[in-house]
Every structure is written in C-alpha cells, then in structure tokens.
Ligand binder design. Structure first.
Ligand code: ATP
Ligand code: MG
Length: 238
C-alpha cells in the first residue's frame, strides 16, 4: 500500500519565542508528513508544543527555521494576504473554547466565514443550514450559544469550520471542555469528517479521544518522540 500524497510536510521545523532575554524553544526540529485524508491525533504534556505545531499547520504562525510545505507550497513564500486566503479556503479550525459569537444565532455564527468570503446571502444560508444539519443541529439553527449545551456549541463550531468545505480540519482540544456524552457527539462528527475524506488533525490529552485517530503523534519538549499508525481506529457508536 503506498502512502497518500503529503498535504502537510514539515522539515526540521523550529519555533522559538523570544521572551525578553530568554528564548523559549517551543518546537525543536519537527519533521513530519501527513497524507491527504489521514486522521491524526497529537498528544503530549502541557507545554510540549502541541498548540504551537497546530498554529504553524494552520498558517496562523510561521516557523522560525525549517520548512512547511502545504499542498507542496512553501508557506515562507506567501505573504499575509495569501496565507489568509489559504486559511479561508483549505483549513477549518476548532478550538477548546468554541469561540462562538454570543447573542448571535447558530445559523449566523456558521454563516460568518462566508460573509468574509463574499458569498451571497441566500447561498450563505443554504450552506450554513446544510453544515448544521451535517452536525445534527438542523433543529437548533435559531438558538443562541447560551441556549445550547456545550456539545451542541462545539458542533456549531464544527459546522462553522466545515461550511467553506475545507480539505483539512485542525482542532485544538475540541473536547477539553466537554462531558462524556458531549465528547461522544463531537467525536462522531469528527469520524464523519474523516470518512468524507478530509484530513483531520486533533490535539488531545485524552487517550480515548486519540483512539478515534488512525495515527498518534506524541510530542515531548517540542520534538516528536512517537509516531504510530494503527489499522483500526475506534468508531463512535451513535
Ligand atoms: N506566544 C508565546 N510566547 C512565548 N512563549 C510561548 C508562546 N506560545 C507558547 N509558548 C511557550 O511554548 C511552549 C509550548 O507551548 P504550547 O502552547 O505549544 O504547548 P501545548 O503543548 O499546546 O500545551 P497545553 O497542553 O498546555 O495547551 C510552552 O513552553 C509555552 O510557554
Ligand atoms: Mg495547547
């Protein structure tokens, strides 16, 4: 079986933060390939560099040294406007704290990325409805975030991340604030995104969340210390 083409290729990526006199070595030479359609979990202790890695993968930040090729394009060669366009078109982000806009309906929250992309109102509504239906919230579109459970709020965030149909979904501790039942709801959505052929990278502290991935990458002190692939991943039971 040949490996899928790498959508993500990191070569000796170093990220150093300057904190006054001291330098924080958040990533210390990460070399990694992630293929199209892979479902990868990134694990590691607090401070091991997981979010730093995710920010680089998502073009929210750039390496201090080393190279990052996204779909074969060296991100160093892109200016801020081009990076923003790539983020909009190719990548969906999901964060631990949902980051939904308060006093704004689920539907409007999901429409937002398309407002930036200049999609017409009617088409925005149609696509947002479809994304919310995909995550099982077709009957909650008029609810404000405060009128939804944690798991429902995170599913709105997932709908918002996928409404532009990105090939890659990056999630930083998406179940970190959720109880067991809500975690299961959200994980079943991730399983579905993977089954649809999207590349999914999820940061987690929880082994049972990572068990949904086919591959687990462990970081320690900014370096990859383990990278294992498994034939069968856990599936959420619904
Ligand atoms: N903007 C920043 N400026 C300075 N140092 C930073 C910055 N962001 C992260 N760091 C440092 O880089 C290291 C890696 O941080 P990172 O956020 O990637 O860890 P993490 O693995 O995501 O941890 P956690 O599990 O707690 O979220 C830490 O030592 C952190 O203090
Ligand atoms: Mg983090």
């Amino acid at each position: 079986m040949s490996a899928p083409p790498a959508v993500i290729a990191l070569r000796k990526v170093v990220k150093t933060y300057a904190m006054g006199e001291v330098a924080v070595h958040a990533l210390q030479g990460v070399t990694l390939d992630i293929g199209a359609g892979e479902f990868v979990a990134v694990m590691g202790a607090s401070g091991s560099g997981k979010s730093t890695l995710m920010n680089i993968l998502g073009c929210l930040d750039t390496p201090t040294r080393g190279r990052y090729l996204l779909d074969g394009v060296d991100v160093r060669l892109l200016d801020d406007a081009q990076l923003a366009e790539i983020r909009n078109q190719k990548i969906g982000f999901i964060f631990q704290s949902f980051n939904l806009i308060a006093r704004t309906t689920a539907l409007e929250n999901v429409e937002l990325p398309m407002v930036y992309a200049g999609v017409k109102a009617k088409e925005r509504r149609r696509r947002a409805m479809r994304a919310l239906t995909t995550v099982g919230l077709g009957d909650r579109v008029g609810h404000m975030p405060s009128e939804l459970s944690g798991g429902q709020q995170q599913r709105v965030a997932v709908a918002r991340a996928i409404v532009t149909d990105p090939a890659m979904v990056l999630a930083d501790e998406p179940t970190g604030n959720l109880d067991t039942a809500s975690t299961a709801e959200v994980l079943s959505v991730f399983d579905r995104l993977h089954a649809e052929g999207r590349t999914v990278v999820i940061i987690t502290h929880e082994e049972d969340v990572a068990a949904h991935a086919q591959r687990i990458i462990r970081l320690r002190d900014g370096a990859v210390v383990e990278d294992v692939r498994r034939l069968s991943a856990l599936r959420a039971v619904r």
